[in-house]
Design a protein around this ligand. Structure first.
Ligand code: HEC
Ligand code: HEC
Ligand code: HEC
Ligand code: HEC
Length: 280
C-alpha cells in the first residue's frame, strides 16, 4: 500500500505531463502541418511528390541567394524594381517613407508574387542539383497548374488572394518605416522613449544583439519587454539613411507557425494584430 500510492501519483503526474506536452504540440505543431509544407508529407492543397523535405522550398544549407538579408534563401529573388509599392496609391495620411522591396518581404514574394513556381529552387535536395539561376525540381504537383508566364509547374490559382502579385499598392505597406519614422539606432535599448513621427503607434522596444540593433512591438502574449516570436517583429534596415525599424511581411506573419490561422504571430481576435501597432 505504501509503495502503491507513490506509484499511482507518479503515473498521474506522468499523465499530466504527457497531456501538457500534447496541448503544447496541438497549439503549435510546427510547419509540417501548415500550408507551408509543400513536400509529399504536406496536408495542404498544394503539395509536391518530388521530395519529402520541407525546408528546401525556402532554405538551403549551402549556396543561398544573398541579394537580400534573408536567412539561407533557396530561391532567386526578383529585382525590387519589379514591384509597385503601397505609397504609389497616394493616401494623404501616410507618414512613413517606403524603402525598395527587400528584407524578408522579397523572400515571401519569391512565391507569393506569382512569378515563379514553388518547385523552383537554387540547391535541390540530394547530391549536386545546384543551379544559381534556379530550376524546377522534377515531380508532380497536386494543386493548380502554372500559367504560361510562370517558371516551373505549380502556382496559385489565378485570382487567388494568396497570389499577391507584383502590385503591392492594394496590400498593407511593407518596407515601411515604423510609426512614420523616429526610432533609430542612436536610441537607448528598452522601451522607446522618444516620439514616432505619427503618434498613433504603440512605442517599439529595442535591444542590441551581436552589436546590432533589433526592434519589435510587444504584444500581450508572452513576457513584456522580451523579444519573442509572438511579438510583432520589426526589421532593421538602413535603406533610407538612418538605421531604423521597418514593417515587413514577417512583422505580422511567422512562416513556420501552426498556432494561428494564416501564419499570424498572435490570434487576431478583436483585431489584436492590428491593435498591436496601431493606437486606434
Ligand atoms: C515557406 C517558406 C519557409 C519554409 C518552408 C521554412 N522557412 Fe524557415 N524561414 C522562412 C522565412 C521567410 C524566414 C525569415 C523569418 C523572419 O525574418 O522572421 C525564416 C527563418 C528561419 C530561421 C531563422 C529565424 C527563426 O525563426 O529562428 C530558421 C532557423 C528557419 N527559418 C528554419 C527553418 C527550418 C528548419 C525549416 C524546415 C523545417 C524551415 N525554416 C522552413 C521561410 C521558410
Ligand atoms: C516556397 C514558397 C512560399 C514562400 C517562400 C512563402 N509562402 Fe506562403 N504560401 C505558400 C503556399 C504554396 C501557400 C498555400 C496556398 C494555398 O494552398 O492556397 C501559402 C500560404 C500562405 C498564407 C495563407 C495561409 C492560409 O492558411 O490560408 C500566408 C498568410 C502566407 N503563405 C504567408 C507567407 C509569408 C508571410 C511568407 C514569408 C515570410 C511566405 N508565405 C513565404 C508558399 C510560400
Ligand atoms: C501589418 C500586418 C501584415 C503584413 C505586414 C502582412 N500581412 Fe499578410 N495578412 C495579415 C493578416 C491580419 C491576415 C489575415 C487576413 C484575414 O484573416 O483575412 C493576412 C493574410 C495573408 C494571406 C492570406 C490571405 C487570405 O485572405 O487568405 C497571405 C497570403 C498573406 N497575408 C501574405 C502576406 C505577404 C506575402 C506579406 C508581405 C508582402 C504580408 N502578408 C504582409 C497581416 C499582414
Ligand atoms: C507591425 C506593426 C503593424 C501592424 C501589426 C499593423 N500595421 Fe498597419 N501600418 C503600420 C505602419 C508602420 C504603417 C505606415 C503608417 C504611416 O507611415 O503613416 C501602417 C499603415 C497602415 C494603413 C495605411 C495608412 C495610410 O495612411 O495610408 C492602414 C489602413 C493600416 N496600416 C491598417 C492596419 C490593419 C487593418 C492592421 C491589422 C490587419 C494593421 N494595419 C496592422 C504598422 C502596422
Amino acid at each position: 500500500m505504501n509503495i502503491q500510492l507513490p506509484n499511482r501519483m507518479n503515473l498521474l503526474a506522468g499523465a499530466v505531463i504527457a497531456l501538457g506536452i500534447l496541448s503544447i504540440n496541438t497549439a503549435n505543431a510546427g510547419i509540417s502541418v501548415t500550408k507551408h509544407n509543400l513536400g509529399s508529407t504536406g496536408t495542404g492543397t498544394n503539395t509536391f511528390d518530388g521530395t519529402q523535405a520541407i525546408c528546401v522550398f525556402c532554405h538551403t544549407p549551402h549556396g543561398a541567394d544573398t541579394s537580400a538579408s534573408v536567412p539561407l534563401w533557396n530561391r532567386v529573388l526578383s529585382s525590387s524594381s519589379s514591384y509597385t509599392t503601397y505609397d504609389s496609391l497616394g493616401t494623404t495620411s501616410l507618414d512613413g517613407a517606403v524603402a525598395p522591396v527587400g528584407s524578408v518581404s522579397i523572400a515571401c514574394l519569391s512565391c507569393h508574387d506569382g512569378t515563379q513556381a514553388m518547385n523552383v529552387m537554387i540547391n535541390a535536395p540530394g547530391s549536386g542539383g545546384y543551379d544559381p539561376a534556379g530550376s524546377a525540381l522534377a515531380g508532380t504537383w497536386t494543386g493548380p497548374a502554372a500559367t504560361a508566364t510562370q517558371v516551373g509547374s505549380l502556382n496559385y490559382s489565378t485570382g487567388s488572394i494568396v497570389n499577391i502579385g507584383t502590385d503591392l499598392s492594394n496590400d498593407h505597406p511593407v518596407g515601411i518605416q515604423y510609426g512614420g519614422g523616429g526610432a533609430t539606432s542612436a536610441d537607448a535599448d528598452g522601451a522607446f522613449g522618444g516620439a514616432t513621427a505619427d503618434p498613433d503607434f504603440i512605442k517599439p522596444y529595442k535591444a542590441t544583439i551581436n552589436a546590432k540593433p533589433v526592434w519589435w512591438v510587444d504584444t500581450s502574449v508572452g513576457t513584456t519587454g522580451v523579444r519573442e516570436k509572438t511579438d510583432m517583429q520589426l526589421y532593421t534596415r538602413a535603406d533610407l539613411g538612418a538605421t531604423e525599424p521597418f514593417v515587413e511581411c514577417a512583422s505580422c506573419h511567422n512562416p513556420h507557425t501552426s498556432a494561428n490561422p494564416t501564419f499570424l504571430r498572435i490570434a487576431n481576435t478583436g483585431s489584436a494584430v492590428c491593435l498591436a501597432c496601431h493606437t486606434k
